[in-house]
Design a protein around this ligand. Sequence first.
Ligand SMILES: N[C@@H](CCC(=O)N[C@@H](CS)C(=O)NCC(=O)O)C(=O)O
Length: 198
Amino acid sequence: VTHEVFGDARSGNCQKVKWALQMLGLPYRWVEVDVARGETRSAELLALNPAGQVPIMRWPDGEVLAQSNAIVWRLFDEADRLPRSAAARAETLQWMFWEQYSHEPYIAVRRYKIQYLGLRPDSLDPVLLERGDAALRRLEARLRESDWLVGRDFGVADLCLFPYTRLAPEGGFELGAFPAVLAWLDRCQRQLFEGGSN
Ligand SMILES: N[C@@H](CCC(=O)N[C@@H](CS)C(=O)NCC(=O)O)C(=O)O
């Protein structure tokens, strides 16, 4: 029995979970769920997550959890890899909640409309671009003063902000204006895909 992830490989929320498992060296089984074809609404998936969304994680003991950031948090908690101090843990949560309310709803949603729904960028609500750019400016400001979002090492906050920031160009966001974000994406990439020499 192993960790079981129900996820769509193209979804940044699902990629957070995959990369967390890989980073922690946990074996897992990936069950591909095609969001665009409505597969999150099957009876089996709705029984696991009534919200009808992926990612969903089933732990080896059978327990089930939804919400990417909650899943990632628990994985790092169990591996004893969360920041030590209450202040740094709260700062990490601050970035994770910000990601879900002020970053993902604009950057990921604009990408979804363009890439999955095939909508023309100029037909989209301009608020998506404005607020997505505002999120990128906030990241840029933070990453000009620090290599990582919280503390002195790659951490859970970086892991949760990485996927949709990296995918932002697919949503029509121009990252050239955000050099500190681009440099941070490179550093994250080295941590996640090359096992950590920064
Ligand atoms: N806040 C949730 C968002 C999950 C979410 O939006 N999942 C999308 C794929 S990225 C989904 O399953 N959508 C299917 C639907 O809503 O029907 C998380 O972070 O896990």
